[in-house]
Design a protein around this ligand. Sequence first.
Ligand code: CTP
Ligand code: CA
Length: 226
Amino acid sequence: YIESLDEPLLKGRHIIVSAGGTKERLDPVRFLTNDSSGKMGTAIANAAAGAGATVTLVTTKQLPVVPGVTVKPVTSAQSMADAIMIEFEEADAVVMAAAVADYRAPTISDHKLKKVDANSGLTLTLVQNPDILATLGQKKTHQLVIGFAAETNDLLANAQVKLTKKKADMIVANAVDATHGFNADTDAVTLLRPNQPPVTLPEMPKQQVAVALIKQLATMLPKQKG
Ligand code: CTP
Ligand code: CA
C-alpha cells in the first residue's frame, strides 16, 4: 500500500486533528479517562503535515510529531473543544480522532475527596460533555468535519447514525475487539460518507491508515482559490 506521500496534496491547507482520550478531573488527584493512546490522531496529523498542510494537533497525549505540526496539549473535553473552536473558522478540515469522554463531574472538588465511613458504596453523578463533532457539524461553513466511530457491535449501523446525526462529512468506522482499535498498532477501517457506498480498507498499520485518510480528505476538499 501507499508508504508515504511525496506530492504536497494539502499544500496551503490548515487541518485540525484531535487525539487521545480526554481526562475528566474529579478532584486534585483523580480523574476519569479511557484507553485511547493518541496514536491514530497523531499519525493523521503527521501524515497531513507530510502532505504539506499546516496542522494543529489538539491532544491529551504527547507523541513525536513531524515539522508542520503544532501541538496544543489539552486535558478535558471542554478544554479540547475550546482549543479547536479558536482555530475552526480558518481551518479547512477537522479530524476528530480523540476519544472524548461523554461525561464529566459537574464540579471539580478542590480538595481530595474522602472515603465515606462504613462499607457503603459511592454513586458518582456525572453530566454530559459537549459533543465537539456535532458542534462542528452544526457550525461548519466551508470546513470538512471528519469523525471516528469505534464500536464493539453493529459497526456500520452505529457509524451511519453518527454520520447523519453529527452532520459529518466522513466517519471512519473502526471495530474494537481483542486485536483492533485503541492501543493496537494496526486498524481495519471503513470510510462512510453521505450518499456514498462504504469503502473498507484492508487491515494495515495506523501510519498507513492515516495516509489513506489524508489522501481521501484531499479529494474531498473544495478547490483552492487563486
Ligand atoms: N465526539 C466528540 N465529542 C463528544 C463525544 C464524541 O467530538 N463529546 C466525537 C469523537 O471524537 C468521534 C465521534 O464523535 O469522532 C464519535 O464518538 P463516539 O464516542 O463513537 O460517539 P458518541 O456520539 O459519543 O456515542 P456513543 O459513545 O454512545 O457510541
Ligand atoms: Ca462516546
